[in-house]
Ligand binder design. Structure first.
Ligand code: DC
Length: 228
């Protein structure tokens, strides 16, 4: 069900582009709710792994996605009351998520769950198809990206800071593979829609990206209040 009166800012883009960080900060600045839609695909992959469901068993995965017992609370993620915040962010879960995400029945199963995040005073949603499929009537659509090299560097730094060893060349290869899978799938592929504003963060920092989104939202929000 659509709620045109509840504004949505849709931020789509490739893996490790920093869209999650930007989206969460924009939501905080506006006092809006925040949907990390990638987490739902990651949780589906994690639940499948735990229940020994194959990542290409579309019917079983859709069933899992439909009944996922998840909770997002204070920046933490819970699956069946178990804290899985770190597990869902792992590279393995990201790759699994990208695989289950190509399955149309899984995407359909997660749709109502994503719509439920649209609550007053507004929502910032990040993912791949927020502006194209899940919230096509979003007030503002941003396509946030950066070069694959820059994204691999950022992911590398992030992992190092967490004390997790990583290999830059492998990370870059994995990112390119995921980009290709996310962009080539037939259902809700990753791409910049005609009505989305491009935000390339290769050479700008997080604060500048957040300001860019807020400025553009103020423009559209202002335009709605005052059509002249
Ligand atoms: O944004 P992320 O890296 O957490 O997403 C993990 C995977 O989930 C990504 O490779 C593709 C998929 N995904 C999707 O297909 N649609 C979304 N709206 C969000 C994520």
């Amino acid at each position: 069900m659509m709620h045109p009166d509840i504004p949505v800012i849709a931020i789509d883009g490739p893996s490790a582009s920093g869209k999650g960080t930007v989206a969460a900060l924009v939501a905080k600045a506006l006092g809006f709710h925040y949907l990390d839609s990638g987490a739902l695909y990651r949780l589906t992959a994690l639940a499948a792994q735990r229940q020994c469901v194959a990542l290409d068993d579309e019917a079983a995965l859709a069933e899992l996605a439909l009944h996922l017992d998840v909770r997002f609370e204070d920046g933490e993620v819970y699956l069946q009351n178990e804290r899985v915040t770190d597990d869902v962010r792992s590279e393995a879960c990201g790759t699994g998520a990208s695989k289950v995400a190509v399955l149309p029945a899984v995407r359909t199963a997660l749709l109502a769950r994503q719509h439920a995040f649209r609550q007053l005073p507004g929502l910032v949603a990040d993912g791949r198809d927020m502006g194209s499929v899940v919230f096509p009537d979003a007030a503002l659509k941003i396509f946030l990206t950066a070069t694959a090299e820059e994204r691999a560097q950022r992911r590398y730094k992030q992992l190092m800071e967490k004390g997790i060893s990583a290999n830059l060349t492998n990370l870059l290869e994995d990112l390119r593979e995921r980009d290709a899978r996310d962009s080539a799938r037939s259902v809700a592929p990753l791409r910049q829609e005609k009505d989305a504003i491009l935000l390339d963060t290769t050479h700008i920092n997080v604060n500048a990206a957040v300001d860019f989104v807020l400025k553009n939202f103020n423009l559209v929000a202002g335009a709605q209040v005052n059509p002249n």
